[in-house]
Design a binder for this molecule. Structure first.
Ligand SMILES: O=C(O)C1=C[C@@H](OP(=O)(O)O)[C@@H](O)[C@H](O)C1
Ligand SMILES: C=C(OP(=O)(O)O)C(=O)O
Length: 408
């Protein structure tokens, strides 16, 4: 489905309920599979969480998790220690290009049996589930935090828990802390100090109910819409000030782009408060919140301001090479972008080309990051259904704000 988004000169103030965080949901689904008395509220309706649920219920040899990175990584660890279970874990064409070697080698250090079906270091992988022979593991931490969270999630189910030593610079740290916090919420103790994570074994029953906070990465698109609008506000729920999600840094980052965040009981209200010349700090480091890089770059482009974003080394191995994709699509619209392996520089500009067709590269965040530009001009979004990976109701919610779209 390709969508045409009409230029809407201003948005309707409205209140929206956003689905649960897919990151929190996918962690809790693994914990629930290990401790079945855990119950989860405000479960994400994302494809990635649906795929995770289906995979955890599957008794088939081949489990296909399509584009879902967290599902791929968390399930690798989960099936690796499921004694007696043989699983071939596979995914989409892109998933077969997203590396798992660091996680596989960490599990092999623990004595797990995993082999590659095709290319060394990449899915699909064949896993013979067995109990680990040691409780100590060391792994490189600068490629993806998902490998680390995967080990943390299975740790309490192991007879002696797990001690995980992180080597090198640690990336996407808030996601590791999120895993630790959710473990604590269900009653499992763990520590993360000086590059060492320790999680104790827990063999008892856990009867806990956990409420998932709504998804902050999804909230980013509303920050962008409000930043690009004149004097408008949007209220979204359910959010809290003390979030486990690193992307909640949006409330600080978007102050620079004229958006004020007010925390209500369970909601946040985003309001455009400044029309003066706006700019982000030079060299803004997004290594703690990689998923909002696309949104921020496109907001800056829509506002006509330049930006220099750093800490983007993980973007090249996500749903697509997000640095290349951003450069190509922003340049189609008339912007100028320079990228390196881990940075993006956007030049200030004063026009946005009309009716450009934005390619989305099987990446939900490409579709959602560019959609807010409809506040400035009309544009096309190719393969718009791609949003369902994390936010199936995205287009419906935009309609509630007055966005007008048509299938083309
Ligand atoms: O653990 C998680 O839920 C996630 C961790 C991040 O990945 P990396 O650690 O690979 O950067 C993030 O980009 C992804 O969307 C979700
Ligand atoms: C990178 C993402 O997801 P994953 O790695 O889980 O596929 C994302 O949602 O932006």
């Amino acid at each position: 489905m390709n969508l045409k988004l009409e230029h809407i000169s201003n948005i309707r103030n409205n209140t929206l309920q956003i689905t649960g965080s897919k990151s929190e949901t996918n962690r809790l689904l693994i914990l629930q599979a290990l401790y079945p008395n855990i119950s989860i509220e405000n479960v994400s309706n994302s494809d990635d969480s649906g795929l995770m649920q289906k995979a955890l219920q599957s008794e088939e040899l081949v489990v296909d998790i399509h584009h879902a990175g967290t599902a791929m990584r968390f399930l690798t660890a989960y099936f690796a220690v499921k004694e007696g279970r043989e699983t071939v874990l596979t995914g989409s064409k892109r998933m077969k290009e997203r590396p798992v070697k660091i996680l596989v080698e960490a599990l092999q250090q623990l004595g797990c049996e995993i082999s590659y079906e095709n290319e060394h270091g990449y899915p699909p992988i064949r896993i013979q589930g067995k109990q680990p022979s040691t409780n100590h593991v060391a792994l490189q931490a600068n490629v993806s935090s998902q490998y680390i969270s995967a080990l943390m999630l299975i740790a309490p189910s192991l007879p002696d828990g797990l001690e995980i030593v992180l080597e090198g610079k640690v990336t996407s740290v808030p996601y590791i802390n999120m895993t630790l916090s959710l473990l604590k919420d269900v009653g499992i103790e763990g520590t993360f100090q000086n590059n060492k994570i320790t999680i104790g074994s827990y063999q008892g029953v856990i009867s806990k109910s956990v409420v998932v906070e709504s998804d902050w990465s999804s909230a980013s698109y509303f920050y962008s819409i409000v930043a690009l609008s004149n004097d408008r506000s949007v209220t979204i729920g359910s959010y809290k000030k003390e979030s486990y999600q690193g992307d909640s840094s949006l409330s600080e980052i978007y102050k620079y782009l004229g958006v004020e965040t007010t925390f209500g009981k369970n909601t946040i209200t985003l309001k455009k408060v400044s029309d003066s010349v706006l700019a982000l700090p030079e060299g803004l480091d997004l290594s703690n919140s990689p998923d909002i890089a696309q949104t921020i770059a496109v907001t800056c482009f829509g506002l006509g301001v330049g930006c220099y974003l750093t800490g983007l080394h993980t973007l090249k191995i996500k749903e697509t090479d997000r640095l290349e994709a951003l450069k190509t699509e922003i340049e189609k619209l008339g912007g100028q972008v320079h990228i390196t392996e881990d940075t993006l520089r956007l030049e200030p500009s004063d026009t946005i080309s009309k009716d450009v067709s934005i390619a989305t590269y099987n990446d939900h965040r490409m579709a959602m990051a560019f959609a807010p530009l409809a506040v400035k001009t009309s544009l096309f979004i190719e393969d718009a259904n791609v949003v369902s990976k994390s936010y199936p109701d995205f287009w419906l919610d935009l309609k509630k704000l007055g966005f007008e779209d048509s299938n083309v």
